[in-house]
Design a protein around this ligand. Structure first.
Ligand code: MN
Length: 327
């Protein structure tokens, strides 16, 4: 509860709107499924997730989207009847919106309960006793959905159950932008590299972005790509593997890219490794803040192959000079 109040205060103090990028709904749901199933099984509740025949991407802050969905799923478990069911589904409308719904078979809510549901400190199901309050959780979920440009709502029938839903903006699956330059040309190094294997570490929580960078790096057999999905494991891999260059996402679960950069800088073993920021925060003041913080370069999403390779070549060159000096 205290954590959630602090979290809400933090959300409110953050720049509005939240930094958003295309996020695969299927991938987020799969992660949420792994997190919710143990709780559901304890109560004999069956949870069904949708099949994705075609990729479905929404504009979201990935960590925040997971937080919202987990919140709705935990409520659906907590307030369900033993042996009940939860059906998670999604629909994409002609209005370029994707609606995610979580249907439970709980007691349902009266209109007066529904009216207060998303308000601060309201504890859903308090009267029923025994359950931890979740009012603040729903308020956080509402705020997060709104900060991602979406809406959240609920429909309920007493004695049947409730459907909590939220809608976000639908977007296309991210792809590499080569902006007219031919792919073959961008596969060649802009600056000739030393004939040795280079190691690149990419710290990124969004698998869609990881795949794009993997596609680029696959054209460069002299570069080995290591990956990490959050700041702490990224720092750990950097210490152990000593990559030549680090690519760091800014919006990461746990510590963000700025905090991760500070930690890397304070450790003598990684203090001088060039770190390139790759971020969906693309405002000039974001870029300025990034460069001021000590990023070698600041690249914005969507990733452009040419810009990416140019920054990487220069960073690898800088890393090479540095390792020559230390010999
Ligand atoms: Mn991210």
């Amino acid at each position: 509860m205290i954590d959630e109040i602090l979290d809400l205060a933090k959300i409110e103090s953050e720049q509005v709107p939240l930094s958003r990028e295309p996020v695969s709904l299927a991938e987020v749901m799969l992660e949420c499924q792994g997190m919710i199933e143990p709780q559901a099984q304890l109560r004999g509740i069956q949870v069904t997730f949708p099949q994705f025949d075609v990729p479905c991407f929404v504009l979201a802050a990935r960590t925040r989207l997971k937080q919202v969905l987990i919140n709705l799923l935990s409520n659906a478990v907590k307030y369900n009847r033993p042996g009940g069911t939860i059906i998670v589904d999604y629909t994409t409308s002609a209005l370029e919106r994707t609606r995610v719904s979580v249907r439970d078979t709980g007691a349902g809510l009266y209109p007066e309960q529904l009216a207060q549901l998303f308000q601060a400190f309201n504890r859903l199901g308090q009267e029923a006793g025994g359950e931890e309050g979740t009012g603040i959780g729903l308020m956080v979920a509402k705020r997060l959905v709104e900060l991602m440009g979406g809406v959240i709502g609920v429909e309920s029938t007493v004695g049947v159950g409730s459907v909590f839903w939220f809608e976000l903006i639908s977007v296309a699956e991210p792809h590499l932008s080569t902006e007219g330059d031919d792919v073959e040309a961008s596969a060649r190094p802009h600056v000739p590299r030393e004939a040795r294997l280079h190691t690149l570490l990419y710290v990124e929580d969004n698998p869609a972005n990881l795949r794009l960078v993997e596609q680029i790096i696959a054209r460069h057999p002299d570069i080995r790509l290591l990956t990490a999905v959050d700041g702490r494991s990224g720092i750990e891999i950097a210490r152990v593997s000593q990559p030549d260059v680090i690519l760091l996402d800014i919006n990461l679960p746990g510590i963000n890219g700025f905090e991760a950069l500070r930690t890397l800088r304070s450790d003598p073993s990684t203090a001088h490794t060039p770190v390139i920021a790759i971020s969906a925060n693309a405002m000039p003041r974001d870029i300025e803040r990034g460069l001021k913080a000590g990023f070698f370069r600041y690249i914005t999403k969507p990733i452009k192959v040419d810009e990416f390779m140019e920054a990487l070549d220069v960073a690898l060159e800088a890393a090479g000079k540095r390792s020559d000096k230390s010999k």
